[in-house]
Design a protein around this ligand. Structure first.
Ligand SMILES: Nc1nc2c(ncn2[C@@H]2O[C@H](COP(=O)(O)OP(=O)(O)OP(=O)(O)O)[C@@H](O)[C@H]2O)c(=O)[nH]1
Ligand SMILES: [Mg+2]
Length: 331
């Protein structure tokens, strides 16, 4: 590993140099072993400068208007002097390798703003791997002086859980829908939300949107708030026409003010750190089972036994871990 280069890169990032930030994120995305070592050294180097931002997570079904919303809200923030970084986790891009490029052009106005850094998620790899790189990218962006981080993800499964696990404030976008049907949004996702927005409250959809707001206000009243003392507000917005966004900012400020009294964000981050560590240990072990021939073999044997019902998964897992540690200790 070239420690000189890593140190220089860290220095340039702390000076807010975008090209170096982009290069560093590419380094994080590399799956080559030597790069991983450099990436870890770089993270250690910039970590003391990270953390000073508000991290916003944004989710919703495809087409709900996440990118449009980020562009509109982001532009306001950038114009008022904030430095904004936008990262995306797109699970569909993991499969199809698509969708990402279109997104960056869709955020055209925002991406040309000098105070804004936009980075789509890389294609390929597992969604867990993409999420890990996003977490690390957040730290790099903070070290580079970005004080607002937005993470966009399509709400179609696990990815929103992961994003809620790496952000301070989680925004769920919904479509106006008539009737009291809750759009197949899983209750679990609603429970994660700190703010619920019914987007596209404009033109013909305006009336429906207002009704959807009141439906969701009722629904929110029935769930246990994620944060004691914080009931997720439900608001109507139009990202396209830039309406209702002042209220969104007010809500975020109110959350921050409440946090200053209760230390909520710090508490949330420390819990997230713990969870991230657990996840990494899990991923690290699974990685060994997938990559090192000796353990691949062992894993398969246990798998066969478990699948055939001859061995309980808990017993197999414990044996596997103890075999791995014994073999590592001996080597
Ligand atoms: N009428 C109306 N259309 C909107 C609004 N916001 C977004 N749209 C439109 O909805 C479509 C999808 O918007 P995007 O911002 O790309 O949605 P997204 O959620 O980022 O979509 P994915 O990234 O594909 O998941 C676009 O044609 C937008 O112009 C809005 O407030 N009102
Ligand atoms: Mg989008």
């Amino acid at each position: 590993m070239n420690t000189g280069i890593v140190r220089k890169l860290g220095e340039r990032i702390r000076q807010g140099e975008r090209r170096s930030l982009a290069r560093a994120i590419t380094l994080l995305e590399s799956t080559l072993d030597p790069h991983r070592g450099e990436a870890e050294a770089l993270l250690a180097d910039v970590l003391p400068a990270a953390g000073r931002s508000i991290r916003l997570g944004i989710t919703g079904v495809p087409g709900v208007g996440k990118s449009t919303f980020i562009e509109a809200l982001g532009y306001r923030l950038a114009e008022s002097g904030h430095r904004l970084a936008v990262l995306t986790i797109d699970p569909s891009s993991v499969i199809s390798g698509g969708a990402v490029l279109g997104d960056k052009t869709r955020m055209g106005k925002l991406s040309s703003h000098p105070g804004v850094f936009i980075r789509p998620s890389p294609t390929g790899g597992s969604s867990g791997g993409v999420a890990r790189r996003t977490r690390e990218s957040i730290l790099l962006c903070e070290a580079a002086g970005y004080d607002i981080i937005m993470v966009e993800t399509v709400g179609v499964g696990q990815s929103e859980l992961r994003v809620a696990g790496m952000t301070d404030f989680f925004i769920l976008l919904l479509l106006p829908a008539s009737g009291d049907e809750l759009q197949g949004i899983k209750r679990g996702v609603m429970e994660l939300a700190d703010l619920i927005l019914v987007n596209k409250a404009d033109g013909d959809l305006d009336t429906v949107a207002r009704r959807t707001v009141s439906d969701y206000q009722q629904a929110v009243g029935l769930i246990q708030p994620r944060t004691p003392g914080w009931k997720a507000p439900v608001l109507a917005v139009s990202a396209l026409q830039d309406e209702g966004l002042g209220k969104v900012l007010e809500t975020i400020h109110r959350f921050q003010a409440q946090d200053r009294e209760s230390g909520l964000i710090e508490q949330r981050r420390s819990e997230q750190g713990r969870e991230w560590l657990r996840q990494e240990v899990h991923d690290g072990l699974m990685d060994l089972c997938n990559r090192e021939p000796e353990f691949v073999q062992l894993f398969r044997q246990f798998e066969t036994e478990v699948c055939a019902g001859r061995l309980a998964a808990t017993v197999a897992a414990r044996k596997l871990v103890s075999d791995i540690t014994r073999s590592k200790r001996a080597s």
